[in-house]
Design a protein around this ligand. Structure first.
Ligand code: OGA
Ligand code: NI
Length: 370
């Protein structure tokens, strides 16, 4: 959630996807129709369910005996190394709170357009109601409506964007975010342990962590084969926590071994993924993974996504303890605020944004003219 860009961004007309859907278009407007190579059906998605993303039992980490802790940490290592995504069960967050946030989010999207437009997302920014990451007039649009808020630290909040309707919206976001924050802090502790690092290393490094929430609403689409709900991207955060609506269609897919693998929702579980920041800090031992959302012909879908990241002032780079003479440093040091700004002022394009932090390999240097 970086500051407003200085130069105005021209994005052209952006249709509100829910309003568009109400007209039941048989022909999808051109701006939503993806190039052939990007369409969901052009890539294989069907793989055996035994390859489902891993599940982590949080209670074994937080209150298991020594053996349980050790075993679950080793599951966590595999999950982070091989998948970059996992689902957390027994995470300790009240199920009633998961239901409440889902209800207020759903109710918000069902409000009349005029009500939602009281909280507009200005072009080139990422808070409010609208479509984020649209930065040019010819850019393809996602089949999605978004509502996003910066939550912590307080100075990133834009109070005029906090809805007064539904009644309990802001209060619920507040309570939910506190709980998710604790979960992120704990997960980062176990992730550090899984790397053989001090449990508090990330917490100490992050300062007052930045936290944002984004609700994504994907209306049904008569041609799910032509559109994307959300363009492929990795998250700029350290960790992302995603809650999927109960009984929603399957929509989130992750890129693994060049295949798009659907994330099958587990009731009451939360989906966690490694963001770009952890990739940098771990020198690529744990990588952020490209993911996207697809739409469904008749079912809608709602996701509630929390991004947890270091404070903007923090200078980051691979953790010293993970480097030695045989493990060269792959990422440069940079200011996290600058990375956030770079992230939100570029369109979502796979893992391209992370090139910002990559140290060019020798071979590419050698190609440069002498
Ligand atoms: C995101 C994201 C996926 C989804 O918001 O960054 O990846 O299923 N969302 O909504
Ligand atoms: Ni994402």
């Amino acid at each position: 959630m970086a500051p407003i860009p200085i130069s105005p961004v021209k994005v052209g007309h952006i249709d509100d996807v829910q309003e568009l859907r109400k007209t039941k278009p048989t022909i999808i407007p051109e701006r939503f129709v993806r190039d052939k190579t990007e369409r969901p059906t052009t890539v294989a998605t069907a793989i055996p369910s035994s390859s489902d993303i891993p599940t982590i039992n949080f209670s074994k980490l937080s209150s298991g005996n020594t053996d349980e802790l050790r075993t679950e940490i080793s599951h966590l290592t595999t999950a982070c190394k091989d998948w970059g995504f996992f689902q957390v069960v027994n995470h300790g967050i009240d199920l009633s709170l998961l239901e409440s946030i889902q209800k207020v989010a759903q109710d918000f999207f069902m409000l009349p357009l005029a009500e939602k437009q009281k909280y507009p997302m200005a072009p080139g920014t990422v808070q409010g109601y609208g479509q984020a990451f649209v930065l040019s007039e010819d850019q393809k649009l996602d089949w999605c409506n978004m509502f996003a808020l910066g939550v912590e630290p307080k100075f990133i909040r834009n109070p005029i964007l906090w809805p007064t309707k539904p009644e309990k919206f802001s209060e619920t976001v507040e309570v939910y975010s506190k709980e998710v924050r604790k979960l992120c802090q704990n997960l980062l502790k176990y992730i550090a342990m899984s790397l053989g690092l001090q449990g508090d290393i990330f917490e100490k490094m992050f300062g007052e962590a930045v936290q944002a929430i984004r609700m994504n609403y994907y209306p049904p689409c008569s041609r799910p084969d032509l559109v994307l709900g959300l363009s492929p991207h990795s998250d700029g955060s350290a960790l992302t926590v995603l809650q999927q609506g109960k009984d929603n269609s399957v929509g989130l897919q992750i890129l693994k071994d060049d295949r798009w693998v659907p994330v099958q929702p587990i009731p009451n579980a939360l989906v966690i993924n490694i963001g770009d920041t952890i990739e940098v800090l771990t020198n690529g031992i744990y990588k952020s993974v490209e993911h996207r959302a697809v739409t469904h012909k008749v079912k809608d879908r709602l996701s509630i996504v929390t991004f947890y990241a270091p404070s903007y002032e923090v200078e980051l780079g691979p953790v010293q303890e993970l480097l030695d003479e045989n493990t060269p440093c792959k990422y440069r040091r940079y200011n996290h605020g600058e990375y956030s700004k770079h992230y939100v002022t570029n369109k979502l394009q796979g893992k391209k944004t992370l090139e910002f932090a990559k140290i060019q390999s020798r071979s590419s240097n050698q190609e440069e003219p002498m």
